[in-house]
Design a protein around this ligand. Structure first.
Ligand code: SAH
Ligand code: SF4
Ligand code: F3S
Length: 438
């Protein structure tokens, strides 16, 4: 194939932000070693990759219909690869069930992509693979934002969660490698970085070279010293590891975006124990209060699972109580989904009727909707500062505030990448509209 007609890669990503970053790494590796360019058009692709998620059952069911479609749409000779968490846990079964799949690469084996891409039937899913010091080509979600992994795997054993089985044990990436990656991204125009790990604030407990422990707070301090980097974000922190030192650094470090994800999962201490989350309702409320006390304009986002096996009406009311007290700014709600090889499967006999699960989910969503409808209009008339990230053809710019709320306003391309002040004139439940004042 001549240089002019380089090969084309179509990649579809499901799941979390780590999967997004993995997809960017896959594309970068395939560009570097195999000269693939990305295409948005599946019919043009020489290689079609789906980067999968197994955290709930639905996306896994969808996988086989999705790759079936790829097989129908693909051009003659195009290859299909399945990567990510479902690849890790189903492995060779994917090829058995869908023989037209050319290769399978697990979520902990992304660096192997260049080796397997030309091997029909290859399956790379070793859970012991250590990619914590592999130098991936940089990943960037847009011109101004970079995503940098700070650890691989997860050492928690939340009883509902499949992630430790798909991503393996937690190993931290050396701090100097992280700082180097962020510096490179900043030299390349990024002003914001997202530090990523399944459990970022347990950072530094184990490195593959056996060096001394480090802490997430120290890492935040290192990264914030990088000149021209303006904003630091991270996800996901674990409420259990939100110690005072961390909260105080979060509050006082001006580069750290004042939006924090505090995955609650349940407001009931009993259910939290059954989930093995390691904290109580009171601990969670105490951490949220300390954060709110120290950080004006803080936005808190969360994940909640309803209908975990054994969840009583009283347990669910505890969750509603925490929602009412903490006043989350965004909630990602999920109905419990039993996952293979997880400890919660043993609680099958306590499973909650689907009808009840759905009703609880609706109640939670409605409660939060009412809160946002009351809260958001209070922002009308205030002035917020945003980093302008995109411009639509109708001259509408959009960007995010320091506490990560999306804002729309009329503007022009010379504002891209700049910080501007916007006076808020209108709101929806999830975003602001306004006029640029500076
Ligand atoms: N490591 C991150 C993200 C884990 S997966 C964290 O701990 O925050 C993202 C979310 O999916 C979880 O926070 C949880 O709310 C949800 N989730 C995980 N397993 C689930 C299951 N079996 N059923 C329903 N939701 C689940
Ligand atoms: Fe899953 Fe818990 Fe690890 Fe998050 S911390 S990835 S929910 S096991
Ligand atoms: Fe899904 Fe794996 Fe992320 S299961 S949520 S893609 S860690």
């Amino acid at each position: 194939m001549s240089k002019e007609e380089s090969k084309k890669l179509f990649i579809q990503t499901l799941g979390c932000q780590m999967n997004d970053t993995d997809s960017q790494h896959i594309a970068a590796e395939l560009k570097k070693y195999k000269d693939y360019d990305k295409t948005e058009n599946i019919e043009d692709a020489d290689l079609i990759i789906i980067n999968t998620c197994s955290v709930r059952e639905k996306p896994v069911q969808k996988l086989f219909s999705e790759i079936g479609q790829f097989n129908i749409k693909k051009k003659d000779g195009a290859k299909i690869g399945v990567c990510g968490c479902t690849a890790s846990h189903l492995g060779n079964d994917i090829i058995k069930r869908a023989p037209y799949v050319d290769f399978v690469v697990g979520a902990r084996n992304i660096s192997k992509i260049k080796d397997v891409v030309d091997i029909k039937g290859a399956v790379e899913i070793s859970i012991d693979n250590d990619e914590s010091t592999y130098e991936f080509a940089p990943a960037k979600t847009n011109k101004y934002r970079a995503s940098v992994n700070i650890s691989i795997g997860c050492d928690k054993k939340c009883t509902y969660c499949i992630v430790p089985n798909t991503r393996g044990e937690e190993i931290s990436i050396p701090p100097e490698m992280i700082v180097e990656q962020v510096k490179k991204a900043v030299d390349d125009g990024a002003v914001e970085v997202m530090l990523l790990g399944q459990n970022v604030n347990s950072y530094g407990r184990r490195f593959s070279d056996g060096r001394a422990k480090y802490s997430f707070t120290k890492l935040l301090q290192d990264v914030s010293k990088i000149e021209n980097l303006q904003r630091i974000r991270f996800t996901s922190p674990h409420p259990l590891h939100m110690d005072d030192e961390f909260i105080e650094e979060f509050a006082k470090n001006p580069k750290i975006s004042k939006c924090i994800h505090m995955p609650l999962q349940s407001g009931s201490t009993e259910i939290l124990r059954a989930m093995k989350r390691g904290y109580t309702k009171e601990w969670f409320l105490n951490r949220a209060k300390k954060l709110r006390d120290l950080v004006p304009n803080l936005r808190i986002t969360t994940d909640i699972i309803v209908a975990f096996p054994g969840e009583t009406q009283k347990d669910f009311e505890d969750t509603l109580d925490v929602v009412n007290q903490v006043k989350f700014d965004q909630i990602f709600n999920f109905k419990y989904s039993p996952r293979p090889e997880t400890e919660a499967l043993k609680l099958e006999h306590l499973e909650i009727e689907d009808k009840i699960g759905s009703a609880r989910l609706t109640e939670l969503i409605e409660l939060h909707k009412r809160y946002l409808e009351d809260h958001m209009p209070k922002l009308i008339g205030t002035t917020v500062t945003i980093l302008v990230e995109s411009l639509k053809p109708n001259s509408e710019i959009s960007g995010y505030t320091d506490n990560y709320l999306q804002v729309f306003a009329k503007g022009s391309d010379e504002l891209l990448g700049k910080f501007v002040d916007v006076k808020v004139t209108d709101v929806t439940r999830t975003a602001l509209k306004g006029e640029i004042v500076k």
